[in-house]
Design a protein around this ligand. Structure first.
Ligand SMILES: [Fe+2]
Length: 161
């Protein structure tokens, strides 16, 4: 077995970066706010003005069938409670989920609903019945929702906004 690539020698010349903001945040300090689909709630944890994505806690009620929506970027998630899926393809607590960028889907939750941590690497969108875009949910929209719900004080508003 080879030695670890990175080790603490005690003689290095590279100093750790001084922290200017806490790295940790307790999501329990935020309320669950209604999200953009019926029966869904969110806590916004981070916004990415570079790709329009965001990181959040998502809670969905039991037996919820989401409307068809599109993802303009990948979404990665970690299921913390309950479960959900897309037809036969399903995950439970402790599962990692990857939703590919460019897909459209209509996930449904299990009988106990679900809570997950998710990173959206880009916006998502909803559709009107005629196929036109009904709305875009990007980092700015998420930030505005969190501000309206009094749950954005922990976020740094980008200068250009
Ligand atoms: Fe989705």
């Amino acid at each position: 077995m080879s030695a670890p690539l990175l080790t603490r020698t005690g003689t290095g010349t590279v100093a750790a970066t001084k922290q200017h903001r806490p790295a940790f945040f307790n999501p329990d300090t935020l309320p669950w706010l209604p999200w953009v689909m019926p029966g869904t709630f969110f806590k916004l944890l981070n916004i990415n003005p570079i790709n329009g994505g965001f990181s959040m806690m998502l809670k969905v009620e039991p037996d919820n069938w989401a409307p068809v929506h599109g993802h303009l970027g990948q979404v990665e998630g970690w299921l913390l409670e309950g479960g959900f899926g897309y037809g036969e393809d399903r995950g439970r607590t402790g599962y990692y989920v990857l939703e590919s960028g460019g897909i459209r889907h209509e996930p449904d939750t299990d009988k106990d609903g679900m809570v997950m941590f998710a990173i959206a690497h880009g916006p998502l969108c909803g559709y009107n019945d005629d196929g036109s875009i009904a709305g875009i949910v990007d980092a700015r929209a998420m930030y505005d929702l969190a501000v309206a719900g009094g749950a954005a004080d922990h976020l740094t508003k980008p200068l250009d906004w």
